[in-house]
Design a protein. Sequence first.
Length: 225
Amino acid sequence: MTPRTPLWARSIAAFSVVAALVFFSSGGLDYWQGWVYVAASLAVLGLSRWFLRDDPGLVAERLRPGKGVKWWDKGYFLLATPLFVAAIVVAGVDAGRRHWSDPPGAAVYALALAVFLAGQGLFLWAKKVNPFFSSVARIQTDRGQSVCREGPYRFCRHPGYLGGLMFGLATPLVLGSYWALVPQALASALLVLRTALEDRMLKRDLLWYAEYAAAVPARLIPGIW
């Protein structure tokens, strides 16, 4: 992949790598939880492509972010990416090979799948309404960044991260593993820390964000934080 590789090609490549991890770690193609996860992820990928088809600026920013990425955000990806991979691999080994933990019951599994899809939907909604929804933490002075107050941003300041926490923590259960919650919980803790750091950056450097924060107190979950 190069910086000029189209987003659709990157998305398909990333999806293929994740699907390969799911079935390689489980030891075969008879891993039905893996098929549910892959099918749901593929559906989300298709919906994302369709919903963002008229947002070339957003797609370009997420594909090739501009200058000003914070050092702590680079550190976040350096630590969180291996934890995400570990959660996928542990889930496959647990549910497909070793059976370290009993699989989630039908009610727990259905709830986890619902949370996974709801989190993906919230993440996509946040991307759709916010033209400055970058893949990295930076102030987009080159794009004239302003505060988004639409859609889910009326209820919390970082709905994309809330969606990420939802589908991230649901992923191990959708894959049929409780043990995979361990690395995923660590990755989620890093995401909460990233939220706090980005929120502080926005208050300091983005015009009118402090006023928006006063009007919308919740960073992630209204009434809690």
